[in-house]
Design a protein around this ligand. Structure first.
Ligand SMILES: O=P(O)(O)OC[C@H]1O[C@H](O)[C@H](O)[C@@H](O)[C@@H]1O
Length: 284
């Protein structure tokens, strides 16, 4: 397939990467997982995504960092015993293909498709496409279409790891909905105000909170716009990172996950589509 201008393929390491370089930004996308691992806007040449230096980059395990694609379930919410099926579904651990690409003055658009969408735990007919648009902002849209004759229900997330210079100088604005605290037996709590990260968090905010901003000290750094989500997840293992094999003990200092998510079950009628979309806008 001929790729649009500004796109090259890097096959030099274990897995293939799409490299995008246009007037607005550079980006790197792994075909393993359909996984964006870097977005550097040219407005300030500052990376917006965090990628663990210990991430598995050999196609054997999901990549720690960037934007993992979670589908058709979130976390271990697959209805079986924990560990019986892969956490976050089976798209982030398979090879994807480039279906389409195009360049315009606004940016570069790439459409990716996973190799398969039916597996143990999700036996329905569906089509999935990930559209990545690299411009002044980065927009990632995960479109699910029901190609079968009966409705099905799924969950999904764009599980982005955002780079921050120092989590101790980071705050989040724009999240106002209550959250269930996965670290406190699913207790329901109000959104913190101010929203600082001072320890391990694993929170599913129950609202769709359309724009969330990551601030460094008092200065807005990155806006995260959500569309067609029913929740926003905030996660960091904090010092628990030391026991995660593909993170290092201090990795938590430079990351925070803000995830555009469907966690309440979205039902798609036969023939219907749903596009879960996250836009990452640099604010510096
Ligand atoms: O380690 P992973 O399978 O990539 O999951 C990382 C994290 O993802 C989400 O944020 C979940 O809410 C967490 O419970 C989980 O620990």
């Amino acid at each position: 397939m001929t790729l649009a201008s500004g796109i090259t393929l890097d096959d030099t390491s274990g897995i293939s990467f799409i490299e995008v370089d246009n007037d607005h930004a550079t980006a790197r996308i792994s075909l393993y997982g359909g996984h964006v691992v870097s977005f550097i806007p040219k407005s300030d040449n500052t990376e917006r995504l965090w990628l663990s230096p210990h991430a598995h980059m050999d196609g054997k395990k999901p990549i720690r960092g960037g934007v993992p694609v979670c589908w058709p379930w979130f976390s271990d919410d697959h209805g079986r015993d924990k560990g019986a099926l892969p956490s976050h579904g089976f798209l982030r651990s398979q090879m994807w293909k480039i279906a389409q690409s195009e360049a315009s003055p606004e940016g570069t658009r790439i459409v990716l498709c996973p190799a398969f969408t039916r597996a143990d735990g999700f036996e329905h007919d569906s089509d999935v496409q990930l559209t990545v648009t690299v411009g002044r902002s980065l927009t990632i849209s995960l479109t699910t279409t029901n190609t079968g004759v009966a409705p099905f229900t799924f969950n999904a997330a764009l599980h982005s790891y955002f780079y921050v210079p120092d989590i101790h100088h980071t705050s989040i604005t724009g999240i106002e909905s209550d959250y269930t605290d996965k670290n406190d037996n699913w207790a329901v709590k109000p959104a913190p105000s101010p929203y600082l990260i001072e320890g391990e968090v694993d929170r599913i905010h129950s609202g769709s909170d359309k724009t969330v901003t990551v601030n460094i000290d008092a200065s807005p750094f990155t806006a995260v716009h959500h569309a067609n989500n029913d929740s926003v997840v905030v996660w960091t293992p904090w010092q628990g990172a030391a026991s995660i094999t593909d993170m290092d003990a201090f990795g938590f200092v430079h990351m925070i996950c803000i995830e555009t998510a469907v966690t309440k079950g979205h039902t798609l009628a036969a023939g219907a589509s749903h596009s879960l979309t996250q836009t990452i806008e640099p604010l510096h």
